[in-house]
Design a protein around this ligand. Structure first.
Ligand code: R5P
Length: 310
């Protein structure tokens, strides 16, 4: 087995390598003067089972191109099997046409990864499970939920928890986590009553007196999360925290979350946390390195990964 890291999240790749007790393969990923990407895998990978660890996070286009070019280099170096380990799969939110003459980038990116030469994909909490079907190669879509549940048990009194989906689209994911900890579920229903008027948040479920835990796959601008937190507190929630798989956190998201009434936001390291995230007063990062490391080990040994879903 060979583990290769691009530049997107080296600390996570190193943590996976440490879990597996195997160093990262030497691979140089650098830029020409015009910013084209150059890759050189500096050790033999002929006949090897190669795992390329590279979330396609910000800057998404650069990290996606790095992933494709490393796959190409490994394929041309006669790797036996190539697994693209993209814990965060960028471009996934455009997974259907919202209107005429619009793209489906999740499918386009799936085509690109496959065409570059990947034989398998390993990821976590795809924005929509159906994206697995955009690939004609095996995709293991792990859940961050088992890692979140462990952390919840360590930091919260599960007796008084109410899991909350911040929008109707996230109900399935939130319900699955609620089931794991035996907690009730509430749903935030966002409504814009008239165009141009601010959104009205209707809460489905009685959150009064509960410690609410918002569960979602992505926190990007933080708008969904902060609005939901305020609405829950207005409805009498005791406190509001959030567990979110992928901390995209673009623009002023970290400042918005720091200024919000959220007790804490817990994200995973599927995307490398920025310095602002590391020092934020109410953001905590938990690691999916062991989960991914175990999935890599089992894939390499041709063993089942099903138990990692529970
Ligand atoms: C949307 O369907 C996703 O699950 C997230 O709720 C969304 O991407 C969060 O975006 P933002 O943080 O910008 O509100």
């Amino acid at each position: 087995m060979k583990l290769i890291s691009g530049n997107a999240n080296r600390p996570l790749a190193e943590a996976i390598a440490a879990y597996l007790g195997q160093p990262l393969a030497k691979c140089m990923v650098r830029r020409f003067a015009d910013m084209e990407i150059f890759v050189e895998i500096q050790e033999n990978v002929r006949g090897e089972d190669v795992f390329i660890i590279q979330p396609t996070s910000f800057p998404t286009n650069d990290h996606l191109m790095e992933l494709l070019i490393i796959i190409d280099a490994a394929r041309r170096a006669s790797a036996r099997r190539i697994t693209a380990v993209a814990p965060y799969f960028g471009y996934a939110r455009q997974d259907r046409k919202p209107g005429p003459r619009t793209p489906i980038t999740a499918k386009l990116v799936a085509n690109m990864i496959e065409r570059a030469g990947a034989d398998r994909v390993l990821t976590i909490d795809l924005h929509a499970g159906q994206i697995q079907g955009f690939f004609d190669i095996p995709v293991d879509n792990l859940y961050a939920a088992p890692v979140m549940v462990q952390d919840l048990k360590r930091h919260y009194d599960l007796e008084n928890i109410m899991v909350v989906s911040p929008d109707v689209g996230g109900v399935v994911r939130a319900r699955a986590l609620a089931k794991r900890i035996g907690a009730p579920l509430a749903i935030v229903d966002k409504r814009r009553e008239r165009p141009g008027e601010s959104e009205v948040m209707n809460i489905i479920g009685d959150v009064k007196g509960h410690s609410c835990v918002l569960v979602d796959d992505i926190v990007d601008s933080g708008g969904t999360l902060c609005n939901a937190a305020e609405a829950l507190l207005e409805q009498g929630a005791k406190e509001v925290s959030a567990y979110i798989s992928h901390g995209v956190l673009s623009g002023g998201a970290v400042a918005r979350i720091a200024a919000s009434p959220l007790k804490e936001l817990v994200i995973t390291d599927s995307i490398q946390p920025t310095e602002a995230v590391r020092v934020a007063r109410n953001i905590r990062v938990i690691s999916v390195a062991e989960l991914l490391g175990e999935a890599v080990r089992r894939t390499a040994e041709e063993r089942s990964v099903s138990s990692l879903f529970y």
